[in-house]
Design a protein around this ligand. Structure first.
Ligand code: KMH
Ligand code: ZN
Length: 274
């Protein structure tokens, strides 16, 4: 079985220090959280950035500062900026980190109810626009799918030339408004992608570790982090992103799955050379 790629989603745009004091806002805090995750075994850092007061931003310069600072401590980590940003941002605002030509970036494959009156909007034209930008910039998209229909959309847009294969999916499961985090739905998604595709699973909240185990057993890859889940165990806040990654490493070792280095992750995902 391929080695396990661990992605750490260290910050997100929705969670705050009120939810968990380890959620990073400043550049120093982002470096701390990224390097703890990297030292624990994460090869990919999925990155959102904030202003120092915690407000989400897609500002290109802020991304550059944070990414440069992370690279000092995590020289070979794959840094994967979000193009999802936060609910309500415009397409061009969200796309700013692609101007930095990262190796990877997220590409969200559909619109989703995001709780209350919030809608995370990704029209077909938005997905095409983002997909074309990533092809132009030679950025490998992590196809974020929050439901089965979003896999089908990605496959249609692949046929139309907006997404290249081999595709890499991120099954984000258990979001209010998206697919559930059950094993049944994991199996459904897992069998809905092309045979040459890879996937990672990001279980939200209490689904994080059970779905990590499912992916470890199945030969998939795993995303954990404070963006998705604030707790290391029921009712116990995680001290850091590093602690969440350490738990996945322990589970993988128990189940006989080795952890990929960043170089091995690049090989598995077919990323462009640095
Ligand atoms: N913050 C969500 C609205 C992504 O990173 O591409 C979008 C999100 C997905 O987190
Ligand atoms: Zn994200």
């Amino acid at each position: 079985m391929e080695k396990l790629i661990i992605t750490a989603a260290i910050s997100g745009a929705e969670v705050t220090k009120e939810h968990n004091p380890a959620v990073p806002y400043t550049i120093e805090e982002c470096v701390r959280e990224a390097s703890l995750a990297y030292q624990a075994g994460a090869s990919i850092i999925h990155l959102h950035v904030r202003k120092d007061d915690g407000t989400p931003t897609q500002d290109k310069n802020r991304f550059k500062e944070v990414m440069d600072a992370i690279r000092v401590k995590c020289p070979d980590a794959i840094i994967q900026p979000s193009t999802g940003g936060a609910v309500g941002m415009t397409n061009d605002e969200r796309l700013q980190p692609t101007e930095l030509s990262p190796e990877m970036a997220t590409l969200d494959c559909g619109t989703l109810n995001f709780g209350g009156d919030e809608i995370f909007e990704n029209t077909e034209n938005t997905i095409k626009y983002f997909g074309a930008r990533m092809i132009e910039k030679n950025i490998k998209p992590e196809l974020e799918v929050f439901d089965k229909s979003m896999i089908d959309m990605a496959l249609r847009l692949h046929q139309k030339g907006f997404i290249k294969s081999p595709m890499h999916f991120d099954f984000v499961m258990g979001v209010n408004g998206g697919i559930s985090g059950t094993l049944r739905d994991f199996v459904f998604l897992r069998h809905s992608i092309p045979v040459d595709a890879t996937y990672t699973v990001a279980g939200v909240g209490r689904f994080e570790f059970p779905l990590a185990v499912a992916a470890i057993i199945d030969g998939g890859h795993v995303r954990v982090g404070l963006e998705d889940n604030l707790y290391i165990a029921k009712g116990v806040l995680a001290k850091s992103n590093g602690e969440l990654v350490e738990k996945v490493v322990r589970l993988a070792k128990e189940l006989g799955r080795e952890i990929a280095t960043p170089a091995e992750a690049r090989e598995i995902l077919g990323l462009k050379k640095q």
